[in-house]
Write a protein that binds this ligand. Structure first.
Ligand code: ATP
Ligand code: MG
Length: 352
């Protein structure tokens, strides 16, 4: 190989080298471009992921809010239905009390006159007997027939017992009026025992013996309670709900013929807890509440009763009345097949 050939080869190699360098440069540029593109895409992707996460969080929050709204709607619905039920009952009770009141007052008011007239007539008869000891035969026969001596004694007794009867009806009317207490929307210091007694009176017909039930015995173990500041109508509503449930549980126990149930009973116990709180406990020896459902008792619409019998709101609304409206405590304990005890504790004075 001569010198000229070598020169040509070197030139070719340099040319190839230049071309390769240029290619390398281009590749390097392309690589950089690609890298920049990748970073941009990665950034965009991260942004999208972040936005997605954010909107997922928003969605979760929204669905939580919706669930809360639904729950409070359920509670509100429960309250409305229950308060309508109670106000309908209150109105009916007040209406009946009003209707009975007038005729009973006629009878009661006139009984004293009847008593006076009877006494006057009997005195007059005695005067006749005194001054005309030998009446004609017809009067004598009539005297024997009506047994005047017995009639004179018994008429007074009949009038006395009618008086007691009408007084009892007047007491019942007063209790019904107190129970309905529709107009009271403020806290008032009331006699808790009176509220319980009025409620028991309304439920009296369910406590009496029938051909299917031996009757339910109510044992009142009342302590010395001061007047308690509360919404009287609402407290009566709570007593009504607890007592009605206790009666239901006892009736069910009678139907099921539970062996433990010797004597269907409701025991009402009241006491002061300290200088600021009172306690009311209402216990029955009915079916009891199975442990599996004990957590649900205060849930709105929870019921184990057949359709049409229970709406499942009595306890939910009572819980709300005691804990929220009266800042009290409402608890229960129950042993299945042995019975249940509900315990209410409320402050004697409410902080307004
Ligand atoms: N004393 C009790 N003994 C046994 N079970 C009870 C007693 N009190 C409540 N329960 C149970 O708690 C459930 C809920 O009671 P709640 O009073 O709220 O509703 P309900 O009685 O079924 O219907 P209503 O709204 O008409 O009162 C009842 O269905 C019952 O299963
Ligand atoms: Mg009930």
């Amino acid at each position: 190989m001569d010198k000229q050939d070598n020169g040509i080869q070197t030139q070719d190699l340099e040319k190839i080298n230049r071309i390769l360098r240029k290619k390398l440069e281009r590749c390097e540029n392309e690589r950089r471009q690609l890298e920049t593109d990748m970073t941009t895409k990665e950034f965009l992707l991260k942004q999208v992921i972040f936005e997605l996460e954010d909107s997922q969080k928003n969605l979760e929050q929204r669905s939580q809010e919706l669930e809360n709204t639904l729950n409070s709607l359920h509670t509100m619905q429960a309250q409305i239905i229950q308060s309508e039920k109670m106000s309908a009952l209150g109105q009916m009770v007040a209406g009946i009390a009003h209707e009975i009141n007038n005729p009973v007052n006629f009878i009661h008011g006139n009984l004293s006159h009847v008593r006076q007239y009877t006494d006057d007539l009997l005195r007059l008869i005695h005067l006749y007997q005194h001054y005309f000891p030998n009446p004609p035969a017809e009067i004598d026969v009539e005297h024997q027939t009506i047994d005047l001596e017995f009639l004179a004694q018994d008429a007074v007794k009949v009038l006395d017992s009618m008086n007691i009867g009408t007084e009892r009806i007047r007491d019942i009317v007063l209790s019904l009026r107190n129970f309905s207490r529709l107009d009271e929307s403020e806290f008032k210091a009331v006699d808790i025992h009176e509220g319980i007694d009025n409620t028991l009176l309304i439920l009296q017909h369910r406590l009496k013996p029938t051909d299917k039930s031996p009757g339910i015995q109510v044992i009142k173990d009342y302590g010395h309670l001061p007047s308690v500041e509360c919404y009287a109508g609402q407290m009566n509503q709570v007593f009504m709900n607890i007592l009605a449930n206790a009666i239901d549980a006892l009736e069910e126990a009678i139907v099921q013929n539970l062996p433990l149930l010797i004597n269907p009973q409701i025991r009402i116990y009241t006491s002061t807890v300290d200088s600021q709180w009172v306690k009311i406990a209402i216990a029955d020896n009915g079916t009891g509440i199975p442990e599996s459902i004990q957590k649900q008792i205060f849930d709105p619409f929870f019921t184990t009763k057949p359709v049409g019998k229970g709406t499942g709101m009595g306890m939910a609304i009572s819980y709300q009345i005691i804990t929220e409206k009266h800042s009290g405590k409402f608890e229960f304990s129950s042993t299945p097949t042995e019975g249940t005890e509900f315990v209410i504790q409320i402050p004697i004075k409410q902080n307004s």
